[in-house]
Design a protein around this ligand. Structure first.
Ligand code: PBG
Length: 337
């Protein structure tokens, strides 16, 4: 009996050179963005974040060196997060030009000199004493569910956007999941003359357990959870609605977050979006690989590469990842993974 196959897909897998030649997607330093935590009042240059081995909080003085590294590696950019010393009910530190995030933006921008794109997180959660992404409603908690006042928060986001633009941010990452936030921020920016500042909308951001380590990183004071404003994990169709709304409101780039557990959403966004689609490989996705690798249970570098290439294959144009610098290093050395 002749059972010799006529069609042999394995032909294209026979050597690394052959495989490399037929790869459908790839990673590039320019499509990797590094999230960076800048801590106010830090005496040391950096402090390690326990739940994210290899990731640090940096002082303002240490930030230029990090930005230089990103420029040298050819990354797409940095996404800055501020960790303030003091927090209050309305997150005043977010709007204050001397607030840690606004100061970090100015420092990063002065260092980058156009080599990478300076981006900043636009959300109140690091600045409020209750840790929520906006101001709480008068009725605060109804039936155990946290109530964040959507429209009052939009007003503050507009002011925060202008403060960040004045500091020199080139891309604003709207991560608060308030309805109408893209339109509100666009209006505020345009009114202040910042028509060229780019809006990166966290369009489909889920209420995820995978943000756990990040909350250590920003010393989060969160009371309760974010389920009344971030999306419910089972919903994919709703993500399409959120993405379409943000594009309609003027988002220049839309993002899906987290990345790994939501690759179907990334793929759906890539299918429909006329603007670039990004994905955020979040702290928990990072921590899981690092923890397993530490125990010797996984090949760390291959797992990192595979997790990122999967996000690209799903259709993301760029990825925010805590491994951005390390992976860019591999790519720049021309290493085959
Ligand atoms: C909100 C924000 C969060 C993350 C990025 N922006 C936290 C949250 O929504 O609770 C999480 C990022 C990560 O886990 O790596 N400012």
């Amino acid at each position: 009996m002749n059972i010799q196959p006529y069609v042999r897909p394995r032909r294209l897998r026979q050597s690394q050179a052959m495989r490399r030649m037929v790869r459908e997607v790839d990673l590039h330093p320019a499509s990797l963005i590094l999230p960076v935590f800048v801590r106010e009042g830090l005496a040391a240059d950096s402090v390690p974040i326990e739940s994210m081995p290899g990731v640090n909080q940096y002082s303002l003085q240490a930030l230029p060196a990090v930005v230089e590294q990103c420029v040298e590696a050819g990354l797409g950019g940095v996404m800055l997060f501020g960790v303030p010393e003091d927090r209050d009910a309305t997150g005043t530190g977010a709007i204050d030009p001397d607030g840690i995030l606004n100061r970090a933006i100015a420092v990063a921008r002065a260092t980058s000199r156009g080599g990478i794109v300076v981006q900043s997180d636009l959300c109140l959660d690091e600045f409020t004493n209750h840790g929520h992404c906006g101001v709480l409603s008068a009725d605060g908690e109804a039936g155990g569910d946290i109530r964040v006042d959507n429209d009052a928060t939009l007003e503050l986001y507009g002011q925060m956007a202008v403060a960040q633009a004045i500091a020199g941010a080139e891309v604003l990452g709207l991560s608060g999941m308030m309805d109408g936030q893209v339109a509100a921020v666009r209006d505020a920016l345009d009114d202040a003359g910042f028509t060229d500042v780019v809006i990166l909308a966290y369009a489909a951001k889920y209420a995820s357990a995978f943000y756990g380590p990040f909350r250590d990183a920003v010393e989060s004071t969160l009371e309760g959870d974010r389920r009344t404003y971030q999306m419910d994990p089972p919903n994919g169709r709703e993500a399409i609605r959120e993405i379409a709304l943000d594009i309609d409101e003027g988002a220049d780039i839309v993002m899906v977050k987290p990345a790994g557990p939501y690759l179907d959403v990334v793929a759906a966004a890539a299918e429909l979006s006329p603007v670039p689609v990004w994905a955020y490989q979040v702290s928990g996705e990072y921590a899981m690989v690092e923890a397993a690798a530490e125990r010797g249970w996984i090949d760390r570098e291959r797992a990192i590469w595979e997790s990122l290439i999967g996000i690209r294959r799903a259709g993301a144009d760029a990825v925010l990842t805590y491994w951005a610098l390390e992976v860019a290093g591999w790519l720049n050395e021309g290493r085959d993974l």
